[in-house]
Design a protein around this ligand. Structure first.
Ligand code: EZ4
Ligand code: CO
Length: 402
């Protein structure tokens, strides 16, 4: 089965998505997500200029060989642009293989290990009262796990707090918007949110929180300790993990479970974290960490060290990524939870999909492949629109992590 054509489809039904479509001489085709939020066109160029010419004529069934060809064969291995491009190729090829086998992808991977994929939604508000109301809405929708974020008194805006509750979209400017950050204010306020949520709703639901890389290890250790009475499912990205050793300081001070990895691209970005059991959940995803093929490798390694999968699933990961991820997560033995920020109706219309939500779980559906399509005619009606993620400064103007 030869690859005869591959093309990149860029569409902006409310936000930008990059999709790779690979077509074979047998009429079968597959699609993969290649969206890298705020840096989309770099992946488009990488695919069009440097990957697609090498794919034409290759055997679409040789997924592993093509993965190795693109990873080892470019010399400049790793990095988010390269790995998003490789992920898109890999996802599209698994889609083709599963379609050729006339199976949903999870069957090809080894079959279902569970009845559904537990997901968590994003509850957020400008203050604790508003966040409480949002949490109650997610509980009514049947969610078992809910991420909670709240505005910080004295700060004009806070990561994770949005106007549009179901479709939180951080890439909000044609140039990066500037946010203001205060570690002191954040550390004082955040435990109050979780105290209020446990007082109101008890301990029946899983609660999660995303620090979004804003703390130093000793500050993160203090937050983890102060959140212990509220028994979080996880505390996410509590420090930037450029240095994986940083998590050790957090780990030695708190039993609050730690999750990290949405910006990691390969197993090498989390090797120390996993091997030395410094984390509990690894958040690497299909689209940014090398597709199904490489995620299998990360998950297998993580399983040896009691680390579970907790894949990233924000709105900037397209429904194509979500479909592939759900097939992966229905199978993967060491599954933890899947993030699920709902896409807008416009996005769902461009990407018709077989997955569905019920009682806090997503199921990938039973269509052959990963179960997600792209309506190319509709996609063409939404041209690319430049959008950046915000940047973040401390109150005195110092650049900080967003
Ligand atoms: O900010 O995907 O856990 N979810 C997140 C996301 C990220 C965006 C960045 O593009 O941290 O909301
Ligand atoms: Co996050």
């Amino acid at each position: 089965m030869k690859i005869i054509e591959a093309k990149v489809i860029v569409t902006c039904p409310g936000r930008n998505f990059v999709t790779l479509k690979i077509i074979t001489d047998q009429g079968l085709y597959g699609i993969g997500d290649a969206t890298l939020n705020g840096r989309e066109l770099s992946v488009v160029s990488y695919l069009e200029d440097h990957v697609i010419p090498c794919l034409i004529g290759r055997d679409a069934s040789r997924i592993e060989d093509i993965w190795q060809y693109l990873y080892r064969g470019c010399y400049w291995r790793r990095g988010p642009v390269t790995m998003s491009a490789i992920s898109a190729v890999d996802t599209a090829l698994w889609d083709i293989k599963a379609k050729a086998a006339n199976m949903p992808l999870y069957q090809l991977l080894g079959g279902a290990s569970r009845e559904g994929v537990m997901v968590y939604g994003h509850a957020n508000g400008n203050d604790i009262e508003e966040t409480k109301e949002e949490v109650s809405k997610y509980i009514e929708l049947g969610y078992k796990a809910i991420r909670a974020q709240t505005g910080i008194p004295g700060l004009p805006s806070t990561y994770g707090v949005s106007k549009d509750k179901m479709y939180y979209e951080p890439a909000d400017g044609a140039l990066p918007t500037e946010n203001v950050w205060s570690t002191e204010k954040y550390l004082d306020h955040t435990p109050k949110l979780f105290e209020a949520l446990r007082n109101e709703f008890g301990f029946e639901h899983h609660l999660l929180h995303d620090v979004h890389h804003r703390l130093t290890p000793i500050e993160a250790a203090r937050l983890g300790k102060s959140l212990e009475p509220y028994r979080l499912f996880w505390m996410e990205d509590c420090v930037a993990a450029d240095n994986q050793e940083s998590l050790r300081r957090v780990r030695e001070h708190t039993v609050t479970p730690l999750a990290i990895g949405e910006i990691f691209n390969t197993v090498w970005d989390c090797k120390t974290l996993i091997e030395q059991e410094l984390i509990d959940y690894i958040r690497t995803t299909v689209v940014h960490a090398g597709g199904i093929s490489h995620l299998k490798q990360i998950a297998g390694f993580a399983a040896l060290h009691h680390v579970k999968m907790g894949c990233h699933g924000a709105t900037d990961l397209s429904p194509v990524c979500m479909g592939a991820s759900l097939n992966f997560n229905l199978w993967v033995p060491n599954f933890g939870v899947q993030e699920y920020m709902r896409h807008t109706e416009e996005t769902d219309a461009v990407f018709p999909h077989a997955y569905s939500f019920k009682d806090g779980y997503l199921h990938p559906g039973d269509k052959p492949g990963h179960g997600v399509e792209i309506d190319e005619a509709l996609a063409a009606k939404y041209p690319y629109k430049r959008a950046f993620l915000p940047v973040n400064r401390k109150e005195d103007g110092t650049m900080w992590n967003w």
